[in-house]
Design a protein around this ligand. Sequence first.
Ligand code: SAH
Length: 563
Amino acid sequence: MKGTVYLIGAGPGDPGLLTLRGKEILEKADVVVYDRLVSPAILGMCNPKAKMVDVGKMPTHHKVKQSEINRLLVQFACEFPGGVIARLKGGDPFVFGRGGEEALELVAAGVEFEVVPGITSAISVPAYAGIPVSHRGIATSFHIITGHEKADGRTCHPERSEAESKDPGQNLSLDFETLAKCPGTLIFLMGIANMDFIARRLMECGKDPKTPLAFIEKGTTPYQRTVMATLETAGETIARENVTAPAITIMGGVVELGQTLAWKKNLPLAGKRLVVTRAAKQASGITARLTALGAEVIETPMIETRALDCPNVIPAVILEGQSPDRIMGISFDALANFDILAFTSTNGVESFFRQLFAAGYDVRVLAGKKIASVGKITEKKLLEYGIRCDYVPEDHTGEGLGRLLASLLVEHSRILLLQGNLADDTLLKLLPQATRWVVYETLPVAELPEWKREAVAGADAVVFASTSAVENFCSVILSYTTLGASPLSGSYALWVGERSSGSKDLNRESLTTPASCSPRLAFCIGRMTESAARKHGFETVTSDETTMDSLVKKIVEHYKKES
Ligand code: SAH
């Protein structure tokens, strides 16, 4: 049995425009083969264990040929029997995305596949600029046209930018006579480098030189820009405004509606890419806030949790004062020795049940036990497993839980605390008779996937909320630099410093040089965090108070001042 390949459209850029079906598949994918135009936020939704294969093409060099991509898809389907292979493409896979060619190859190789349509940039990018592609009384049809073809007339690969073209327009086999007569809206993809030629040919064939036209660059992303022109000023406008790929060109009367309907607000952090180094669960709050202010956020947690899985034994019951070798090898049957199970985090709940199920047990082993939770979120997580809590402290703190249990319980209750390795001793101190079982570990992240390294390298700033985040970030980033073996502070300071004096036009090749691995600016919470960041050579901006609100305010102020 082979794996199934899913040809998934990632939409035009805004991660909110990925379909539910696409997200569902990415979350369980074994392999993700992705293109250049797919946003880091969508890559961040993929199963963290998936093999991530970048076949994106940069404008100036083809990374992986189309025939090679086709071959890879078949190969992965064979390597992952019963597996999920996601082929993730910008926009819609069947709109100038070569999805059809890939599907034909899969049929030929006897590989099952499914198509998950995406929102095409052709329609959504104008919509984000307030331009409806059709409008009663203005346009009764719209036409999506490639502005770039190969010499033999076949459409060029979409990820290969128009910018590479040395001889604009010469390969285009478009029927300009027909296009010029067409009363509907014309939408050109991949056409920027050829647009001067296209516009001239359309005018030669009788299209009105005053036809309004818009170029929309990086539509739906925080970097979206709309540039207006007319058919006769198309070429000079592109040159003057330096319109660059990816961009679409839309022509026709509907373009004028954009002046009234442009709804996307000019947000204070638009065009800024920020790296958030908080742990995934804490990051979502700040990520949502910064995103709402227009920033592109790259979540790069510096710690990760790992369930201690060891089927059929309780892996590390830390019976206070006993050595680890006495601790191993206790089976889940040992739960019989406890009256109360207390959970202090959702991680604890998830890790506990994962191990319980892996060991062949089910929730019946908890029959008759009292269950306690530190707060509402953990309580809700327990409910997902069909467990209702008996005890939840009002103040939702470890101390509250300890007090509550201590006040309620007869001295002889046997309590099992299910916690992570970094949990403090608050509960154990308040409940001296309790036993702690470390069900998961929190470890510093040791490496970043390639796509995330690139996203971090191209960011404007890093957000740090603790000194450990600074230290972990620097050691992970340093391990990718040529100075990786040098002592942390000296060499890091050197290479972070280098970036300021070095060239801003970092190209892909230079990604391996130290100067381009991290932004130079750090937004920090707390003076300790600030001095750790400075020690490593960052320029810092620190919040007035030690809260996320205060930091977000500071970030906005910083960029306001800058502009
Ligand atoms: N399958 C894709 C199109 C691939 S062709 C889709 O359905 O959208 C690649 C071209 O799409 C780019 O050259 C550009 O013209 C256009 N494009 C893709 N994403 C874009 C974006 N976010 N903003 C502007 N144009 C975009």
